[in-house]
Design a protein around this ligand. Structure first.
Ligand code: IFM
Length: 476
């Protein structure tokens, strides 16, 4: 083992000028004001209000109340020294039913936010879709339906016209893997459907939506924004005899299903073969791949942990679902008697139960830059949930999160030292917020939110980050 590789706790590493330090959030997770100023319902409003879907019955109705507290939140960002802020625009605030009428009050909110960022010298990095699909579009079929792509392109045109003079970076989608597979396959995310073929149709329509949105944004933006998409990559480890095959399959489904069309203009042949028992991919029409394959300036990378997989022979999808051989979670291919199981990994873990593996980030960044040598990269999310406690003096000591961040910044720095063109890093998240199916039980913020009083308190990790941004060197 190379000295120092195991702990990733190098201090003093300096990030170059031009490297962007930011933090990230998403609309449904922080805004609240779910029915105010003409916002329409999204699939997450519906899902979170469906009994049994979200821990404790939590919803985003109030969340961090950022919709009303945006100005003091911007002051907080300024105080932390953030150079950029990655937020998402709620489609149902802009177009309450996803198509048709544009809601001026929704546009006004994001105009205030963007202008407020610029006034404080913070670059606005805006994501168009971080999972809050207007419910009316889901009622009409959701992402498995091609019409959703047209609606998304029109929405991109509207925000491009409104903010394309000021946005620093446009990001089309956040983690389409989650939207497609968790939303339409596994069902743990909104809209909670369990339809494997629909999940793959959603993969394609999200990819197409990305390409069509880029075209619309480019056509309407009058400034000089950068263009990007954010993917959550699976950094894979394998166990057992079929380890290589298990890793190949998940790499195809989870990673190359998106990078293939977006960055190479084609779906991987092995993905089409692996999934032939589920769909014939007839939803891919002539011209789609050219539409998807648009240039981007930066590829957004979200990374939290690694995943370990094992291949099972002789397991049918039914057995898989029944928990055959203790297989709890994984993927089975209809028409095949093989299944891939996600197995437990060695710790330490965060409060999400995710293993802490900074070396996975270094490996991912190096691998992406080898696969796509011309593509600049940006870590658009990295961070950790822990069960923070408020100290008697009101401070929030969070040594585990601080240590997690230190090790992952070290990993990013090491990747850069190995030649990776990494442009910046956004810590997830600025604020404790609505963590989807976990509600408010999991805290990712570098700023604590008291969900009774909505008071914000900068945690020790936030202070540490402020020091990193100020000095550009990883603090002790
Ligand atoms: O909170 C989420 C975010 O919305 C998308 N990426 C992962 C985060 C932590 O689960």
């Amino acid at each position: 083992m190379v000295e120092g590789r195991a702990d990733y706790r190098d201090a003093g590493l300096v990030f170059p000028p031009g490297f962007t330090f930011g933090s990230a959030t998403a609309s449904y997770q922080i805004e609240g004001a779910a029915t105010e100023d003409g916002r329409g319902p999204s699939i997450w409003d519906t899902f979170s209000k469906t009994p049994g879907k979200v821990w404790n019955g939590d919803t985003g109705d109030v969340a961090c109340d950022h919709y009303h507290r945006w100005e003091s939140d911007l002051d907080l960002m300024k105080d932390l020294g953030l150079e950029a802020y990655r937020f998402s625009i709620a489609w149902p605030r802009i177009m309450p039913t996803g198509t048709g009428e544009v809601n001026q009050a929704g546009l006004d909110f994001y105009a205030r936010l963007i202008d407020g960022l610029l006034a404080r010298g913070i670059r606005p990095v805006a994501t168009l879709y971080h999972w809050d699909l207007p419910q009316a579009l889901e009622d009409a079929g959701g992402w498995p339906a091609r019409a959703t792509v047209d609606a998304f392109a029109r929405y991109a045109e509207v925000v491009g016209e409104a903010f394309g003079d000021r946005a620093h970076t446009w990001t089309t989608l956040n983690e389409p893997w989650c939207s497609a597979y968790l939303g339409y396959g596994q069902g743990g995310h909104a809209p909670g459907r369990h339809e494997p073929a629909a999940a793959l149709a959603a993969v394609h329509h999200l990819n197409l939506g990305h390409g069509r949105a880029l075209q619309a944004l480019r056509a309407t933006s009058t400034g000089t924004p950068e263009y990007s998409v954010t993917l959550n990559f699976h950094v894979l480890r394998g166990v057992g005899d079929g380890a290589g095959e298990a890793m190949r399959r998940i790499d195809a489904l989870a990673n190359r299903a998106f990078t293939g069309p977006m960055l190479r203009g084609e779906y991987p042949e092995d993905l089409l073969q692996d999934t032939a028992g589920v769909t014939d991919w007839a939803f891919v029409q002539d011209g789609d791949l050219a539409d998807i394959h648009q240039p981007i300036d930066v590829l957004g990378v979200n990374y939290y942990s690694t995943a370990t997989v094992r291949l099972w022979d002789g397991v049918s999808p039914k057995q898989m679902n029944d928990g055959h051989k203790g297989v709890a979670g994984g993927t089975a291919w209809p028409g095949s008697d093989q299944a891939v199981e996600f197995v437990e990994q060695p710790g330490p873990y965060t409060a999400m139960g995710w293993n802490i593996a900074p070396e996975g980030l270094e490996e991912l960044l190096v691998s992406l830059s080898e696969q796509f040598p011309e593509q600049a990269l940006m870590v658009t999310e990295n961070g950790a949930a822990f069960d923070d406690e408020v100290a008697p003096d009101g401070s929030v000591p969070d040594p585990e999160r601080l240590d997690y961040l230190r090790r992952h910044f070290t990993a990013a720095h090491r990747a850069m030292a190995r030649g990776v063109d990494l442009r910046g890093y956004f810590v997830w998240s600025l604020l404790d917020n609505f963590e989807w199916g976990y509600g408010y039980a999991k805290r990712f913020g570098i700023v604590r939110v008291d969900f009774d009083t909505l008071e914000r308190t900068v945690k020790d990790s936030g202070r540490w980050y402020r020091e990193l941004v100020r000095t550009r060197a990883i603090p002790e």
